[in-house]
Design a protein around this ligand. Structure first.
Ligand code: FAD
Length: 290
């Protein structure tokens, strides 16, 4: 299928791009085009204008510093995936990228585009919800930062305004020595997750100081599972046994309210999420260093 006609703008500055977004009736940013173009071809999206950021100098930077990993709007998923500095700072991010579609998709698709697309079954939003951090957004009124907890509104919807561009995302650095895991169930490698779980555990002074559990594919946005997290926080590492890990999984199964679809029923997603939480926490604890 072919998309409906649209006006194409290849921009050289962010200000120029913001101007086009504000002026057109229904303009959309395009970066990798790996989600937007299929939607346009299927006529699920019919923008009047496409605002291309790819030729704006400097937007493709990837910087790793003490505070976090900053990825510019046009940096490709593959560039981040093969960065040794990113791999050392946040191995969870690199592991998750290996599950995003296929190499051909990641050569073109962007990390920021994946966040802006906000598919609830996508891997990058779940990593962002787990590590925390912020998106830098630029609109007609200037620049603002949007924290990870406030970025995803609902299915395919973020808190970005229609005339705002996400110029970069910063993923917070994981706590030193923390362990992590990434688990997902798909019908085929490279598919979007039927359901997936990202965990991060920090152990300090013999006790679990932080536990973060995010489920994706289990609702309209990636979800932090507070009740299950609280079961672990403050517990002595020596007391975190199989029974506690299973209780955390059971808490997630009980708290999750997914919808069913042709890929899996709601009950199946609840069950699998619980199993993945137990498994993922085991891995994260094994990786954690006090
Ligand atoms: C066959 C196939 C398999 C795939 N499998 C997976 C998968 O398993 N997991 C997964 O997560 N993804 C998957 N994808 C999607 C892929 O990862 C996309 O690259 C990603 O979702 C969007 O990134 P993009 O740069 O291509 O965004 P685009 O397609 O260019 O844009 C996507 C949306 O985000 C908006 N947008 C993009 N960038 C910005 C910005 N800087 N500021 C404001 N708005 C912006 C666009 O307007 C559009 O609405 C798959 C795609 C294909 C074609």
């Amino acid at each position: 299928m072919k998309p409906a006609t649209f006006t194409y703008h290849s921009c050289r500055t962010v200000e120029e791009a913001v101007g086009h977004l504000g002026a057109a009736a229904d303009a959309k940013v395009i970066c990798g085009g790996q989600s937007l173009v299929p939607m346009m071809n299927l006529r699920l999206a019919n923008p009047t204008d496409l605002v291309d950021l790819n030729r704006i100098p400097g937007l493709d930077a990837v910087d790793v510093g003490p505070a976090g990993i900053t990825v510019g709007a046009t940096a490709r998923q593959h560039t981040v995936e093969i960065s040794p500095a990113v791999g050392a700072a946040a191995p969870m991010l690199v592991a998750a990228l290996g599950h995003v579609g296929h190499p051909q998709i990641r050569n073109r698709g962007t990390v920021v585009g994946s966040l802006c697309h906000a598919d609830p079954a996508a891997e990058m939003p779940a990593v962002f919800a787990t590590l925390g951090g912020s998106v830098t957004a630029q609109g007609p009124g200037g620049t603002r930062t949007i924290g990870a907890a406030d970025f995803f509104d609902s299915y395919l919807t973020t808190s970005l305004a229609a005339d705002e561009i996400a110029t970069a995302v910063t993923f917070d650095s994981p706590p030193p020595g923390s362990g992590w895991s990434f688990e997902e169930v798909t019908r085929r490698h490279g598919d979007f997750a039927i359901v997936g779980v990202v965990t991060l555990v920090a152990v300090t002074g013999g006790s679990v100081a932080q536990a973060r559990i995010t489920v994706f594919g289990g609702g309209g946005t990636p979800q932090r599972m507070a009740a299950a997290e609280q079961l672990l926080v403050g517990t002595a590492r020596a007391d975190v046994d199989e029974e506690l890990l299973r209780s955390a999984g059971a808490a997630v199964s009980s708290d999750l309210t997914p919808t069913g679809d042709i890929h899996g029923s709601a009950a199946y997603r609840r069950h699998v999420a619980g199993v993945l939480v137990t498994r993922g926490l085991r891995t994260a604890l094994d990786r954690a260093r006090d």
